[in-house]
Design a protein around this ligand. Structure first.
Ligand code: PHE
Length: 502
């Protein structure tokens, strides 16, 4: 029998009694693992060897996991420090414990939430008390981490490993191990003698110039062989979701709005009947920009908006009777919502005066001075939209959302009555997270008030909303932390591999 050289090397290295893995054979033949795999499949097809496959998992410590092996889990550090400060007898102030435990930045939150979860003690009214019977030294999570650091398989429950994975302290990598054994036919073939047939796996300039290519035998392609993984470019999950949202809304008859990210407070807030002393308009919540004010606001509209704020709108309207200052309206900030665009369009300022019926949307960035957490970013995308028509009702609003979210496979939207200064009635929308089962807020909506529409000169009804694109992406991909999706902590593996289900 004649076999290509590589197949012969693999056949020689395989044994009839011992299973040998691809890696072992690669080491003993000096061939690359993927070459061995390719040859093994050919030999299997020829009936000369058997290939057994086992799927297994290796667990690796992440960088953060490794850190906690050398310096203890944050919750254990919190425990020991609090214990030392006497928190077993009497609660000790949280800031004292945190300072002494040398916990900084995100470690503080990590320590506090896991401390309580593991029953190490309690945190109440800013003070920490510890449970003297708890023993962080026999914590299964810490034990699993140190076993991994020593290169041992952790002797831990699946639930403990799941928890460590959720905490980002370990990575589980699944792979298939293939082991080879000689079949009877393989043994017979070797006993009868197998010769190496030289085959060539690539055309080289030498083969071409010498003309030898005409005589050599080429190795056959094996499309089943394992090949090195090539990571190609891919559309970002969020961009993919945004594009799909645009397609869906265009399919529902909407047109796209455009407008500035940095805008006059007039468009961002005043037009929306947001009083100038509203808490959301303080420097705590908005990103004010140190640039010249936008002075060319449409004067007539400014007058009408000011009058709505001061005296109200309509016969029995009542305003806020609070200060209203044109300078504040002209000041520039990063928009905290894209409802500024809706105001520009509804007022006719962005283009032509609009006659009902109309439908508009945007999928654009907004900026808020929030605290970063698993569901909040400082910059995120809002799916803004509105419908202008005669006689709209809450049923129209709900039906529109149901139709929209159904396109993404989300059928169980829930509505909660809400308050916005600019809509009445108003609703928050909630959707159920496919992994955690938790209901997360995915949007805010309502019918614009007369105090908003009157000054803009709109005489029919307008229903409107702002939905969170990232939250929609969390529902469609199962991502549990918005920071996995974008920002500096984005999880590259997730972005490479996430399936977007719609
Ligand atoms: N501007 C609101 C928000 O950012 C969303 C919204 C838009 C609500 C239009 C009602 C009407 O949450």
């Amino acid at each position: 029998m004649r076999l290509p050289e590589r197949q012969l090397a693999v056949l020689d290295a395989a044994s009839a009694n011992d299973e040998r893995t691809i890696d072992e054979i690669a080491a003993s033949t000096g061939l690359k693992p993927e070459t061995v795999t390719g040859a093994a499949f050919d030999l299997r097809d020829a009936g000369l060897i058997g290939v057994a496959e086992t799927a297994d998992e290796t667990i690796e410590l992440t960088e953060e996991g490794r850190e906690y092996v050398s310096e203890d889990l944050p919750e254990a550090r919190l425990y020991w420090t609090a214990l030392e400060l006497g928190a077993a007898d009497e609660p000790v102030s949280m800031s004292e414990v945190i300072g002494n435990a040398d916990l900084a930045g995100p470690e503080v939150d990590i320590a506090l939430s896991n401390f309580a979860r593991k029953g190490f003690g309690a945190i109440d009214a800013g003070a920490v008390s510890v449970n003297a019977d708890a023993d962080p030294d026999s914590d299964p999570e810490a034990a699993a981490l140190s076993a991994l650091a020593d290169g041992e398989a952790p002797d831990a429950d699946e639930a403990v490993l799941d928890q460590l994975e959720r905490r980002g302290l370990i990575d589980r990598v699944e792979h298939t191990t293939r082991s080879l054994t000689l079949t009877d036919e393989g043994v017979t073939a070797l006993m009868e003698g197998v010769e190496a047939a030289e085959t060539v796996d690539a055309v080289t300039p030498e083969l071409l110039t010498s003309g030898e290519w005409e005589d050599v035998e080429f190795t056959e392609y094996n499309v089943e062989a394992d090949a090195p993984v090539v990571e190609g470019g891919r559309k970002h999950v969020l961009r993919g979701t945004a594009d799909r949202v645009k397609d869906v809304l265009v399919g529902m008859g909407f047109q796209e709005m455009e407008g500035p990210h940095a805008d006059a407070d007039f468009w961002i807030n005043d037009c929306l009947f947001m009083p100038q002393d509203h808490p959301a308009r303080t420097h705590w919540d908005r990103f004010a920009l140190d640039v010249p004010p936008i002075q060319d606001l449409p004067d007539r509209l400014v007058e009408r908006v000011e009058s709505a704020h001061r005296e109200g709108w309509g016969e029995d309207g009542d305003g806020y009777h609070s200060p209203w200052d044109r300078d504040f309206a002209e000041a520039v900030a990063l928009r905290g919502h894209t409802t500024s665009l809706s105001m520009r369009y509804l007022s006719g300022y962005a283009g032509a005066e609009l006659e009902p019926p109309q439908r508009y949307f945007s999928v654009e960035k907004v900026y808020r001075n929030d605290t970063l957490d698993p569901t909040h970013l400082l910059e995120f995308y809002q799916i803004e939209g509105w419908v202008m028509a005669e006689d709209l009702s809450v049923r129209d609003l709900m039906g529109t959302f149901e139709e929209f979210y159904r396109q993404f496979g989300i059928e169980d939207i829930r509505f909660k009555p809400h308050y916005n200064p600019y809509t009445e009635p108003s609703f928050e929308l909630f959707g159920k997270h496919p992994e955690t089962g938790e209901e997360i807020e995915i949007g805010n909506s309502g019918l614009f008030r007369e105090e908003v529409l009157g000054p803009l000169g709109v005489e029919c009804d307008v229903m409107a909303w702002g939905l969170a694109l990232e939250r929609l992406a969390m529902l469609t991909t199962g991502a549990e932390d918005i920071r996995d999706l974008h920002g500096t902590l984005a999880d590259i593996d997730f972005l490479r591999n996430a399936e977007v289900t719609y």
